[in-house]
Design a protein around this ligand. Structure first.
Ligand code: DMJ
Length: 753
């Protein structure tokens, strides 16, 4: 791939890239798969793969049957595909000899297959409904019963709450009470019968019954062991991707159990495909990447009359395309694919698609205040005010766009991308949040906060994450963001950190009624991005050992690392607590009344005793309605940072244990890949029939990086956006600047007039 020809936006002339710190390309980094068949772990996914093969044959036969007539018509009409006719089944550079490759896997690059894909998708009536309100919320919203809250707008996906029941008539309430009593009696009976005691039976697992993962002899003692474990992650990615490709290609949602897909826009948004691009690259899955890129080239259009969530579309689609651009240009040997029209428009496909999308998303910033609207209509280039929450946008959503728009500004030389995104930070900060802790809603109309609810879970989380990452992205040249991060972290300690009873686990609670209100001892799984982010902030991405040698290392950094370790321990406990070893969406903790102050001496139990009556378990509580597991990445994300930064092997071991739980309890038969769980606290778990795109974009990527060498995506050279899409750090150059100063404030951070 000749990168010298790549310059569709004339950026090399206008604004030379100054991406210093470019990492050297990694030559042949991907290990050959080990041939040693005595490694029983190789059997781990073999069964699933075999069922995939069977399913492939069945599905392919069904598809062919349904489609053959139409295919014939299409072929007769002379509409044959111009795509590659290569029928290669193996990814380049892969040695699959240790793995039994399924026979009769359809060639995804075969033109007939492409017709089949389209017809299969067209045959799915669920994909036709533009206003089906599945949107970004999809199954989560359905499960939560929040109904149609926004006239069909895809909304924030990470809303792990049960809403209070809506207003209904008396009859409804009476019926509901009767049903409630009956339900309660039923639950009581079931409980008495011991059905919910499953959490004590960790050993009895579905895949183990099939003989999978039951004889894992890999000890993780040396590099080779970890590379073998990393290969298991690649296999999980292959299974997930192939299932999607087989059953829901081109659809935005994938339901692995019913083996169906669903669109979020009339022609699809490439939700899963684009979110996966960089994972496919990192894992060197070339033929799969080729198929994905073909879809982008031939099927993706942003010109659709569709409202999309500004934040989700930015972090997943814009972030996914930008990281694909970054990796394909900086690491061209990763999953190398030939550009077919070098030097012509279309060659820099990822960047062109990113720029086109960003131009449309920019409409969100056209609000009276400059704080972005919650949604955008893509075809109309029009921002749309939130239909819920009194018209307020989520604070995290408005402040988790900056890494993406700033990098795009740097690539294209278009300053407006930078300025609009940067301005939001000023508007938020001008509110003068006490101790740097921001309420979770903000009005796009006025730029003022709405309500006092403060948390680091949904709607609050990535505001804090992007403070420190903006500082790192521009090579620490925007100190304002480090100051804001430090202030906020101290605020977290002061107002949100407390310790459990018994066994003083460190938790980050919530203040739903503001900082003077009560502390709620509740942690969304989302909060578990914090340990890793705190460690990243303390060392700047260096190892702890390296950072400690610098004159800039302080006692505060030391304390921050300690907090990171303690929170990591607590988050890992969320996994140890449940029946499947997979965390619930929300965990409540038992705390003192009044809560212990963050300065109180504390010492959590070091080991998580598996005894069901172990004392430590009394500190944790996962409620029935919060027991779903959406394949979220935050804990493995933090394990990855903690491993890279501290070098403590236990973080890798915890990650491996977690990975095995995913394999054991979320694998879907008949080549379905992996699914979210409805209840991760019973065995067997109940399933949700949904594979989140962040399973491919984040969770599996973090496992892969956790088990791999440290020089793949070095933490002091890149920043990962909140969807785990790697972007380079760079110098701002003369064109860009922070362009704003913080208003004077008192010791608590409140503005002084
Ligand atoms: C992802 O879309 C991102 O990590 C986001 O910041 C939070 N929610 C999901 C994963 O849980």
């Amino acid at each position: 791939m000749n990168n010298l020809n790549r310059d569709p936006f004339n950026r090399l002339n206008r604004s030379p890239l100054s991406l210093n710190n470019r990492a050297d390309p990694i030559a042949n980094w991907r290990p050959k798969t080990n041939n040693n068949n005595s490694n029983n772990n190789l059997a781990t996914l073999q069964y699933v793969l075999q069922t995939a093969a069977t399913a492939t044959q069945t599905a392919a036969a069904e598809i062919r049957e349904k489609a053959s007539e139409a295919v014939q018509q299409a072929l007769a009409a002379g509409g044959s595909s111009s795509s590659s006719s290569s029928s290669e089944e193996k990814d380049e550079g892969e040695d699959m000899s240790s793995f039994s490759v399924p026979k009769n896997v359809p060639s995804f690059t075969n033109p007939n297959r492409q017709y089949e894909d389209r017809l299969w998708a067209a045959a799915n009536p669920r994909g036709k409904n533009k206003n089906n309100n599945s949107g970004v919320l999809g199954g989560v919203q359905e499960f939560l019963g929040s109904g149609n809250r926004g006239g069909g707008l895809p909304m924030y996906k990470d809303k792990p709450y049960m809403y209070p029941p809506g207003k209904g008539g008396r009859i409804y309430r009476r019926r509901r009470t009767t049903c409630g009593v009956l339900f309660f009696v039923l639950v009581l009976l079931v409980w008495w019968s011991g059905m919910f005691a499953g959490h004590q039976e960790r050993a009895v697992t579905k895949l183990n019954q099939w003989g999978l993962l039951s004889k894992d002899t890999t000890k993780g003692r040396n590099k080779a062991d970890w590379l073998k474990r990393r290969e298991r992650v690649v296999e999980a990615m292959e299974l997930s991707w192939d299932a999607y490709e087989r059953y829901a290609w081109g659809q935005d949602e994938f339901h692995p159990i019913t083996k169906t897909g669903r669109q979020m826009a009339p022609k699809g948004l490439g939700w899963i495909i684009i979110d996966s691009l960089d994972t496919l690259m990192l894992m060197n899955l070339t033929s799969r990447l080729t198929h994905a890129r073909e879809w982008l080239a031939n099927s993706l259009t942003w010109d659709q009359d569709q409202d999309v969530n500004t934040f989700e579309t930015t972090i997943r689609m814009l972030g996914g395309l930008l990281s694909a651009h970054y990796l394909s240009t900086e690491y061209p040997q990763l999953a190398p694919i030939q550009d077919d029209d070098r030097g012509k428009p279309g060659e820099d496909l990822y960047l062109e698609k990113a720029k086109d999308l960003a131009d449309r998303l920019m409409a969100a910033f056209e609000s009276p205040s400059g704080v972005p609207y919650a949604s955008v209509n893509l075809a109309e280039y029009k921002g749309i005010i939130s239909h819920a929450d009194m018209g307020a946008s989520s604070t995290a959503e408005t402040t988790t766009l900056q890494l993406e728009f700033k990098y795009l500004a740097k690539l294209t030389g278009e300053k407006d991308f930078w300025d609009k995104a940067e301005r939001v930070m000023e508007l938020v900060d001008d509110n003068g949040a006490r101790d740097g802790l921001v309420p979770i809603f903000i009005y796009a109309t006025t730029g003022k906060f709405h309500g006092e609810n403060i948390r680091l879970g949904s709607r609050g989380d990535s505001y804090y994450e992007y403070l420190i990452k903006q500082y790192l992205q521009t090579n620490k040249k925007e100190p304002i963001y480090e100051e804001m991060w430090r202030e906020a972290l101290q605020g977290v300690r002061k107002h949100l950190v407390t310790y459990t009873e018994p066994s003083q686990f460190t938790i980050i609670g919530e203040r739903p009624s503001g900082l003077d209100g009560d502390l709620s001892p509740k942690m969304d799984h989302l909060v578990c991005f914090m340990p890793g982010t705190i460690a990243l902030a303390a060392t700047g991405g260096l190892t702890e050992k390296e950072a400690k040698k610098l004159p800039t290392w302080t006692e505060q950094n030391e304390a921050d690392m300690q907090l990171a370790r303690e929170l990591m321990h607590t988050c890992w406990g969320m996994y140890k607590f449940t029946a499947t070893g997979l965390a619930g969406e929300i965990t409540y903790f038992n705390i003192n009344n009044p809560p212990l102050n963050w300065t109180a001496p504390h010492q959590a139990t070091a080991e998580f005793d598996p005894d069901p009556d172990a004392e430590w378990r009394k500190a944790y509580e996962v409620r029935q309605f919060d027991s779903h597991n959406l394949q979220r990445p935050e804990t493995v994300e933090s394990l990855f940072y903690m491993w890279r930064i501290t070098g403590d092997i236990k973080y890798r071991e915890w990650g491996w244990e977690m990975f095995k739980s995913f394999m054991n309890y979320t694998a879907v038969e008949e080549g379905g890949g992996f699914t979210s769980l409805q209840n991760a606290n019973v065995i067997p778990p109940t399933t949700k029939d949904n594979m989140e795109s962040f399973w491919l974009a984040e969770t599996l990527k973090y496992f892969y990086l956790l088990f791999g060498p440290d020089d793949l995506l070095p933490l002091d050279k890149i920043v990962l956006n909140t969807e785990a899409h790697p972007l380079p750090r760079f110098d701002m150059g003369p064109l860009f600047s922070t362009g704003w100063k913080r208003k004077p404030r008192d010791q608590e951070g409140k503005l002084v007039e």
